[in-house]
Write a protein that binds this ligand. Sequence first.
Ligand SMILES: [Zn+2]
Length: 253
Amino acid sequence: MTLSDAELERYARHIVLREVGGAGQMKLRAARVAVVGAGGIGSPAIQYLAAAGVGELILIDDDRVDLSNLQRQTIFGGDDVGTPKVAAAAAAVMRLNPAVRVTRRSARLDAGNAADLIAGADVVLDGTDSFTVRLAVADAALTARVPLVSAAVAQFEGQLAVFRGWEPGKPCYRCFVGDDPDRPETSCAEAGVLGAMAGVMGTLAALEVLRAITGFGEDSAGKLLLVDALAFRFRTIGLPKDPGCPECGGAAD
Ligand SMILES: [Zn+2]
């Protein structure tokens, strides 16, 4: 297993990084990443993952491109309005990096199909804006023991965390949010979101996927990154495992 001359040139700026190198680039090429939601967070994430040479992207979204998406979903253009997002995003990946395989899963993820939709993924990136969907993604990723990179954005704020709740001392998504299915959902449509904030959080989510695959730097699981664009501030806080968590509590193996 080696990198071709074209790959050595395309990924030269990765390969020169001591923490990535040729070995890391080959790990990226061998990796399969599921991206749930090709929206404001998914758009930049898909572009950076494709550019980075991730071997396969599984794109999961049942929506079509809407004119009001273009303010932040920069993977799409005006000609894509009305097109299924997974089709338009797959075409964009082909333009960016034809070596990346795209598996389109044009479906609404729920608790019943989540395991099937993310099957085979080495990392799951969740950029959806529905709490119900987030719980379903998180439960499926935990059961499959696949790292979950979870990014969220609203107005001028963003949150990012990586979950590997099957590991001792590492929280799962439910340790963080609880499991109240009746929590009110505030969508971007109602609350608004600064387009560039979605770009920031989606790009950070892509970075965490690349970290999960290649293993550079410190482990990000067990922490929560909070971004406040109004205050010009990034903060990181610890995210403890909940010993009473019904999903992962007591999972010490
Ligand atoms: Zn938990």
